[in-house]
Design a protein around this ligand. Structure first.
Ligand code: C5P
Length: 224
């Protein structure tokens, strides 16, 4: 079973996807971590983020390993586990520049499909999972929330990780990212094709409840 959860940063999709995967006991794939890992490698090597060809070249030369379990996605770059470093605001800031390079998207879309084929069942989250990567997914969700709420959630996460950030700087980062990401957002799914949930006023535990309910309802409707 493939379940896709798409939405912008701070919509709650990462936590919700991870928790849903744990409840369903199937692997969880954080596709943002794959784009972030390449951005991290580009930062390390001092690649110019304005140069699509250099970024694509880097992506081809990096050994990217992705390990998915029901509670985690861990990513290794050239043998080093970089999973913790990927949440750094500096990485968040430059990742959309990597994600807008079509050659990189093509490469990662292929990898994501391979992971889905190998594992068989997956809760996968990102921007394009239900629209581009897994158009035949069994259940598709889109999560969204107001910019204010998304920024508040991101600040909480970053502060918990020991970063010193202001609400204003995070809001600024989200708004800029939304602008660059909107290209990837173009195929965002409409209500009916996907289940769209506005999480602004919801507790994350209620979001997970709702996702699980929707998935289980579909599974029982489809079983003989
Ligand atoms: O989801 P997360 O905030 O970790 O994603 C980081 C960045 O990776 C996004 O801002 C976007 O630029 C890119 N991304 C993407 N397509 C995906 C997942 C992430 O373009 N499927």
């Amino acid at each position: 079973m493939i379940i896709t959860i798409d939405g912008p940063a701070g919509s709650g999709k990462s936590t919700a996807a991870r928790k849903l995967a744990a409840r369903l006991e199937i692997p969880y794939l954080d596709t943002g971590a794959m784009y972030r890992a390449l951005a991290y490698a580009a930062l390390q090597r001092g690649v110019d983020f304005e140069r699509s060809d250099s970024l694509a070249e880097l992506a081809r030369s990096v050994r990217l390993e992705v390990d998915c379990g029901p509670t985690h996605t861990r990513v290794r770059v050239d043998g080093h586990d970089v999973s913790e470093a990927l949440r750094d605001p500096k990485v968040s800031e430059v990742t959309p520049f990597v994600a807008r390079v079509q050659a990189i998207r093509d490469m990662l879309v292929l990898r994501q499909r391979q992971i889905g084929a190998e594992l068989g069942s997956l809760v996968t989250e990102g921007r394009d999972q239900g629209s581009v990567v897994f158009p035949y997914a069994d259940v598709k969700f889109v999560l969204d929330a107001s910019v204010q709420k998304r920024a508040e959630r991101r600040v909480q996460e970053l502060v918990a990780d020991g970063h010193d950030v202001s609400l204003q700087s995070v809001m600024q980062n989200l708004t800029t990212r939304d602008g660059i990401d909107s290209r990837q957002w173009a195929p965002l799914l409409p209500e009916g094709v996907a289940i769209i949930i506005d999480t602004t006023e919801m507790k994350l535990s209620d979001v997970v409840e709702r996702l699980e309910k929707e998935v289980r309802a579909r599974v029982s409707a489809n079983s003989p």
